[in-house]
Design a protein around this ligand. Structure first.
Ligand code: NAD
Length: 259
């Protein structure tokens, strides 16, 4: 008996085998969940995502292209999910983007308007758009989970405009939680410590972040993406049935330290 037997949901953000979304998906599937995957449009991307998922043991996965900066793409994924899954129990938002030119230490003040708008649109607004479409499909309640980072609340040099986007994402999750609670839909964020993924490599000073976390966190090490996956099971399943509007740190305790 799995914690998520028969539960169906959509995962946004698998790019390759390192992606946090992929590790979350594997943990959910191990508990009996059925996952549909959305990926950036393009044949090459589809092939890479399909290979990642199939190599991970999920045969013939449900895949749908979606550029989350396009309303019509988001609407199309949820229409297809309604057609093929009928209802949904969960959505995982694991997408983010900012122009890496402005993710360099000392370049926050230079952020142009279009870079700011794009980062907040793709990394934060899209959670609201997904929740809009998910709500009517979550007929028996549901859980929506988004990935955040400590740079939302404290300055992490190099994280820059992405920190502002994560602050907007966390606030959006709380507002969504307040409005969707009446439908028994929970909305939470999971604030992960640094993990070596494609997106993380775009952040200036990332190597120092890994070293710093190892030195300063209570567990004296970095986390791994499997640990994010395990905590996602908690937030998606009924283990967290009384939890909404929360931000759960999976960061080896780093956020608790004052030095
Ligand atoms: P990743 O590069 O594997 O995943 C990011 C995903 O965003 C990719 O699948 C990419 O295709 C997708 N994406 C970007 N723009 C998109 C668009 N316009 N339309 C559709 N998809 C788009 O990296 P990751 O580290 O797994 O990132 C997943 C989430 O975790 C992000 O929200 C990231 O900010 C967050 N996070 C990462 C870390 C870390 O250290 N890696 C730490 C905390 C939070």
């Amino acid at each position: 008996m799995g914690l998520l037997d028969g539960r169906k949901g959509l995962i946004f953000g698998v790019a390759n085998e390192r992606s946090i979304a992929w590790h979350i998906a594997q943990s959910l599937v191990a508990e009996g969940a059925i996952c549909g995957f959305s990926h950036l449009p393009g044949e090459k991307m589809e092939r890479r995502v399909r290979q990642t998922i199939e190599r991970g043991g999920i045969k013939d996965p449900w895949l749908f292209p979606c550029d989350v900066s396009r309303d019509e793409d988001i609407a199309a994924v949820f229409e297809a999910a309604k057609r093929d899954f009928d209802t949904l129990s969960f959505v995982v938002h694991s997408v983010a983007f900012a122009d890496k030119e402005y993710l360099k230490i000392g370049r926050f003040t230079d952020t142009p308007r279009h870079v700011f708008t794009q980062a907040l649109d793709i990394s934060a607004y899209t959670l609201i758009a997904m929740a809009q479409h998910a709500r009517p499909l979550m007929t028996a309640g549901g859980s929506i989970l988004a990935l955040s980072y400590y740079g939302a609340e404290k300055v992490v040099p190099g994280y820059n405009v992405m920190g502002v986007a994560k602050a907007a994402l966390e606030a959006s999750a709380r507002y969504l939680a307040a409005e969707l609670g009446r439908y028994n839909i929970r909305v939470n964020t999971l604030s992960a410590g640094p993990c070596r993924t494609l997106s993380a490599m775009a952040v200036g000073g990332i190597d120092e972040m890994f070293e710093w976390v190892e030195k300063k966190s209570p567990l004296q090490r970095n986390i791994n993406t499997e640990e994010v996956g395990k905590s996602a099971v908690y937030l998606i399943s009924d283990l967290s049935s009384g939890v909404t509007g929360e931000n759960l740190y999976v960061d080896a305790g780093y956020n608790t330290m004052g030095v």
